[in-house]
Design a protein around this ligand. Structure first.
Ligand code: SAH
Ligand code: SF4
Ligand code: F3S
Length: 444
């Protein structure tokens, strides 16, 4: 069968889709462009209303493919599938499989069955008690020098605005032995850059699935593996970021000098109503400790703008925090009511136009700050892990694209003698900051 995968949402969804695609390829299916597909696999996100609506409009568009071949069918997985369940196939009859985030481990076998039995429909929506190990489905050779490794599933935090615990279920840690085995296999296949993934990685091992290994211990064990040149992890809830992890930034040279530490708001009153369980002062003291351990740390965050009851002064506190915490990047979102979450009932809601003005102001400030921080890197040296050919600004000569230690995108001109640099780490002198990326020249 020929299939096509479409993915919305976070890195966990991207990693899940990657695994599913490789699994289907191992079963003899072929990944193809959309206009040749017999089966569409759509992995969905429900964190805000917008990505949820995007799923419905995509399914509407995919239905047009039935004119090409009425046997075409669709599998919908991920967070919207978990949220809406079998309701999806009432609206979209060509959806023949819905699978949740725990059900994905059985999705490959289900897809094979559906291809053989055209009258069948299946749903895989049950939450499991513990982390379900998946078939490894590793590619024979590393397709990219970077890889993502799941260390847990779900979340227990129930921040008042967030649907994730409802659609991904309770936190379930994967066994440390499985995580370490997967990292070792990836490093042996040529992967140099590993990101440990979970909704709340710092509480790894602290649920019923824990086997005695804590997150700081896991981090150190992966960092010690041969071949792991770069290690990252995401996402971190500030309240769970342990001193031992902060210290690791000063001790482990291959731990990337970058951290995504979502703060959501700079106002204590808003943080309280969000159920985040830390104050601005506590957040800032972790930030200072992080910069103390690794002065060149590149810090990124998430903001929600227009949470119910957010005043102009609350919002100004978020702007202020961008400067004090020296965020290099932030992802900022308009607050969106989600079904069944606590904040959906909180009043007063911030009017849409005010929310939008605030978001624009916050993003403008963040962009200026990022540009200033990138400008400061001009003249410095970076070690760039090359991902493949890149675009050159001003000539036809070959250029390469990769990432520096902190994960910033760097495009650079190669030395004249350079051959294929993909997968190698090369020294690059940064010449100029572009918008959200850097430009440089390979150095010898
Ligand atoms: N587990 C991660 C990320 C979860 S979702 C964490 O705790 O950081 C990613 C981001 O989406 C959140 O950090 C938050 O900024 C945003 N988000 C979540 N729910 C939202 C909502 N209802 N409205 C707007 N943004 C939301
Ligand atoms: Fe959502 Fe909070 Fe869990 Fe992150 S920590 S996934 S924001 S409930
Ligand atoms: Fe979206 Fe689900 Fe990830 S809601 S952000 S895809 S956990």
């Amino acid at each position: 069968m020929k299939f096509h995968v479409l993915t919305f949402g976070c890195q966990m969804n991207a990693a899940d889709s990657g695994w599913l695609g490789r699994s289907m390829a191992q079963l003899g299916w072929q990944e193809v462009p959309a206009d040749e597909a017999q089966v569409f696999i759509v992995n969905t996100c429900s964190v805000r209303d917008k990505p949820e609506q995007k799923v419905y409009s995509l399914l509407g568009r995919l239905a047009a493919h039935l004119e090409r071949d009425p046997a075409i069918f669709c599998a919908v997985g991920g967070c919207v599938a978990q949220q809406v369940g079998a309701g999806l196939w009432d609206r979209f009859p060509f959806v023949r499989l819905v699978f949740g985030t725990d059900g994905i481990s059985q999705a490959p076998q289900a897809l094979v069955r559906l291809a053989e039995e055209p009258q069948l429909r299946l749903s895989l929506l049950d939450f499991t008690q513990s982390y379900v190990e998946r078939d490894p489905a590793l590619p024979a050779t590393a397709v990219s020098p970077r890889a993502f490794v799941n260390i847990m599933q779900g979340c227990d935090n129930f921040c008042t605005y967030c649907i994730v615990p409802h659609v991904r279920g309770r936190q379930k840690s994967r066994s440390s032995a499985s995580v370490l085995a997967e990292c070792r296999a990836l490093a042996a296949s040529g992967v140099k850059d590993i990101t440990l993934l979970g909704q709340n990685v710092n509480s790894f091992g602290l649920d019923a699935g824990g086997d005695g290994m804590s997150f700081p211990q896991l981090l150190r064990a992966v960092a010690a593996m041969e071949g792991v040149s770069r290690l990252r992890f995401t996402t971190s809830h500030p309240k769970d970021l342990a001193d031992d992890v902060i210290a690791a930034f000063g001790e482990l040279p291959n731990l990337s000098p970058s951290l995504h530490l979502p703060v959501q708001s700079g106002s204590d009153a808003v943080l309280k109503r969000m159920g985040r369980k830390y104050t601005l002062a506590q957040y800032l003291s972790k930030v200072e400790a992080l910069y103390g351990a690794r002065p060149e740390l590149s810090l990124s965050t998430d903001f929600i703008v227009g949470f119910p009851g957010e005043t102009e002064a609350d919002f100004r506190a978020s702007l202020e925090l961008i400067r004090t915490a020296r965020f290099e990047t932030s992802f900022s979102f308009l607050y969106s009511d989600r079904p069944g979450v606590a904040s959906a009932k909180m009043e007063p809601k911030v009017p849409d136009d005010i929310k939008s003005w605030r978001l624009a102001e916050l993003q403008a400030l963040q962009n200026d700050q990022q540009q200033a921080m990138l400008n400061e890197l001009a003249g410095s040296m970076a070690q760039v892990l090359v991902e493949g050919p890149g675009a050159r600004r001003d000539s036809e000569e070959p250029a390469w694209k990769g990432r520096d230690e902190a994960g910033r995108v760097v495009n650079f001109a190669a030395a004249p003698s350079a051959h294929d640099l993909t997968g190698r780490i090369v020294p690059v002198r940064i010449i100029q900051a572009k918008k959200h990326s850097l430009w440089g020249e390979q150095s010898s």
